[in-house]
Design a protein around this ligand. Structure first.
Ligand code: NAP
Length: 234
């Protein structure tokens, strides 16, 4: 699909990768860009309309979707990460539930609520922001990794479900991005704008999967190895 003249809805577009998506969509000539955000008053992005949205709250999702019946492209970007030094520390189960509410159930709520809208508007596309953490795992980020693995699986099922209505579904996998979420992590990071550009290029080319950095491409390529990255660690 063409981004030019599309009507896009980006969750969590007030900062980080979501903000980069919103800016890139405006730059590519989207007819309208909605930012689905928890605090619409905090959004001042030229060319972007803010709509109140908490992806973990089905009523909030329904209210937001009701205000955006012209959408042709949904970017499920909103997400959270939490670090626990050891899986054996107290709190892992509660933390995992919290993370899943946003990273897994949030993606489900938004995708399922927008599916009929996209159908009515000719098909369109959904981008689900996943992670290389769907394919590797560490004790530090175990709950986050599990949420992204679950969202990856949902994305793959959703793609097949929506094929018939002409909606393409992209899984976007990426390693560390330079946003608030990785503040204090001393690791190589890609810029959010680079990730948004690759993903939207992928939407225009009808790509089902976009791997936005070299590390992620290497991890995916290694999945069939006997010592796959999730066994060997990276
Ligand atoms: N940064 C990385 O290294 C990295 C790597 C791979 C994938 N990702 C994924 O990329 C996506 C964006 O992350 P980021 O790095 O841009 O993180 P970020 O800078 O922390 O931004 C997260 C965004 O999600 C929003 N959000 C969180 N929970 C929400 C909810 N319940 N309802 C609505 N909005 C909510 C936040 O809104 P508030 O401002 O209201 O908190 C914020 O706009 C996430 O899905 C993340 O898992 C990130």
């Amino acid at each position: 699909m063409n981004i030019k003249n599309s009507v896009a809805f980006v969750t969590g577009a007030n900062r980080g990768l979501g903000l980069a998506f919103a800016r890139e969509l405006v730059a590519r000539g989207a007819a309208k860009v909605y930012a689905g955000v928890r605090n619409p008053d905090g959004v001042d992005i030229p060319g972007v309309t803010a709509i109140r949205l908490d992806v973990s709250d089905p009523a909030s999702v329904a209210a937001a979707v009701a205000q955006a019946g012209d959408v042709t492209l949904v970017v499920n970007n909103a997400g959270i990460a939490r670090v626990l030094p050891s899986m054996l520390e107290p709190g892992l189960v509660d933390m995992a539930r919290d993370i899943f509410e946003t990273n897994y159930y949030g993606v489900m709520h938004v995708s399922l609520a927008f599916a009929p809208v996209l159908k009515a508007n000719g098909g369109g596309a959904i981008v689900n922001v996943l992670s290389d953490a769907a394919w590797i795992a560490s004790p530090l980020l175990s709950a986050y990794s599990a949420s992204k693995a679950a969202a990856w699986s949902f994305t793959n099922s959703l793609r097949r479900e929506l094929e018939g209505q002409g909606t393409s579904v992209q899984g976007l996998h990426v390693g560390f991005i330079d946003t608030d979420l990785t503040q204090g992590f001393d690791v190589p990071k890609v810029q959010p704008s680079e990730v948004a550009i690759q993903s939207l290029d992928g939407v225009e080319q009808g790509k089902q999967e976009v791997l936005a950095d070299q590390g992620t491409r290497a991890i995916k390529a290694g999945l069939s190895a006997e010592r796959a990255p999730y066994l060997a660690g990276v």
